[in-house]
Design a protein around this ligand. Structure first.
Ligand code: UD1
Length: 421
């Protein structure tokens, strides 16, 4: 297994480019492979483990894919398989995205029930409920979800759960509804930029979706979707991570290829903490002229503060003056990184879905373990700001969602080496 050795005390200075958005690519690739009747070409696709895991799922279903120089070619085939097996789905929860499109296209699907993960149990009741609203019969047997419907039928539905809208369920049901008979209205839809990017892609394939970017999506069903060409939006979470990395190392970093509208809450909170952000049309310059102050952060669905940035901002607040409180309202027990940051000298106390962070003057390098993708990213960022050497193990989590992370950071002043055991 690989590890990252992060030498502390470095200051980031320079321009760091942002790759395509992982969470947009995943459903878009599914739509291209299952719903489209012809080849799709996707640009700005990051070369990530998650993208390659999804390609394996899609190839298992009968599609052909090729990823070269950030362009992903997807050729759907006529005789799709309708089964996504456990061995593939267990590697990545987002494989559940094939459920809705398979039922819409083939009339049936058999998809392994995704397991839990390091950020909590993560149910899929809304995905199932949404498909049932569209007229599918859904059963769960021996670890598999079976869904079938001769043709899905449009309807009105409310798709919010106890934690608010669901990105995954919105994407899944929106994809399924594109080929349903009649009109579907999804109330309580997720509004994340990657959900909108998927909707724009589907419309480019010939779908008819209105209300993109709002919580009410209206999808007029069509008979066929065709292949198309699309440039995937930039990854807001990668950008936010590098903004925090710039701030935590008190650097001067230009994060290139991101727009402010993708990161409203993160920008607001960084500024509240004393980080200076200078936005232009292509990106943002991040500097930290003053001491970072403690702030309170509550995660919420877009346009709220993203749960996928919670670990990173916690890392920054460990070195802030005063006390900060983070309330995690989306994945309520997503705090495994707190214990690892405490191993580096942070002072974080957990109380249910809240973390209380008392700022400390410095962190010290330590051996730490990435427990999930974003938890891994914060350990790298904290390691750069710490005194001494930090060894981050389980780097495969980081590689799921950050393209060439050590290369990008080393290019602007970090000192990170990848080693194998
Ligand atoms: C997506 C992102 C993930 C991010 C999350 C929230 C992808 C591939 N992953 O995950 O990085 O952390 O959005 O922004 O895009 N829920 C239910 N029932 C369901 C589905 C979800 O109760 O059927 C709950 C979840 O447990 C969670 C909340 O709703 O508390 C939001 O989850 P959801 O938006 O669905 O997350 P994912 O799509 O799995």
């Amino acid at each position: 297994m690989e590890k990252l050795i992060v030498k502390g005390g470095t200051r980031l200075e320079g321009t760091i480019p942002i790759s395509g958005c992982k969470n947009a690519v995943l459903p878009i690739a599914v739509a291209a492979a299952i719903l489209g009747d012809g080849v799709s070409v996707l640009h700005n696709v990051p070369n990530l483990t998650d993208v390659n895991t999804l390609r394996a799922v899609l190839e298992g279903l009968g599609a052909t894919t090729k990823l070269k120089n950030s362009t992903l070619y997807i050729e759907p085939i006529n005789h799709l398989e309708y089964e996504a097996p456990y061995e593939l789905v267990r590697k990545m929860r987002a494989s559940i995205y094939v459920l809705g499109p398979l039922v819409a296209k083939l009339g049936k699907a058999k998809v392994s029930f995704p397991g839990g993960c390091a950020i909590g149990p993560r149910p899929i009741d809304l995905h199932i409920r949404g498909l049932e609203h569209l007229g599918a019969e859904v059963t769960v047997q021996r670890g598999y979800i079976y869904a079938q419907a001769e043709r899905l039928t449009g309807t009105e539905m409310y798709l919010m759960g106890q934690y608010g809208p669901s990105v995954g369920a919105t994407a899944n049901i929106m994809m399924a509804a594109t080929l349903a008979e009649g009109t579907t209205v999804i109330r309580g839809a997720a509004r994340e930029p990657h959900v909108s990017d998927l909707a724009h892609f589907l419309n480019a394939m010939g779908a008819d979706i209105e209300g993109i970017g709002t919580s009410v999506l209206t999808i007029h069903g069509v008979k066929h979707l065709h292949g198309t060409e699309h440039t995937v939006i930039s990854d807001d979470i990668e950008a936010g991570t590098f903004m925090v990395a710039g701030a935590i190392t008190r650097g001067d970093v230009y994060v290139q290829g991101i727009i402010e509208q993708q990161l409203p809450a993160v920008s607001e909170k960084l500024v509240e903490a004393g980080v200076a952000l200078d936005w232009d049309a292509n990106g943002v310059r991040v500097t930290t002229p003053r001491e970072i102050r403690g702030i309170d952060v509550t995660t919420a669905p877009f346009p709220g503060f993203p749960t996928d940035m919670q670990a990173q901002i916690m890392g920054m607040l460990c070195l802030a003056a005063g006390t900060s409180v983070i309330s995690e309202n989306v994945h309520t027990d997503r705090f495994i990184h707190a214990a690892e940051l405490n191993r580096m000298g942070a002072d974080i106390m957990l109380d249910g879905s809240k973390a209380v962070i008392n700022g400390v003057r410095s962190l010290s390098g330590a051996p730490v373990m990435a427990s999930d993708l974003r938890a891994g990213a914060v350990l790298v960022a904290a390691g750069m700001a710490a005194v001494g050497e930090t060894v981050v193990s389980r780097v495969y989590h980081i590689d799921r969602g950050y393209e060439s992370i050590e290369q990008k950071l080393n290019d602007i002043g970090a000192n990170i080496t990848r080693v194998s055991d």
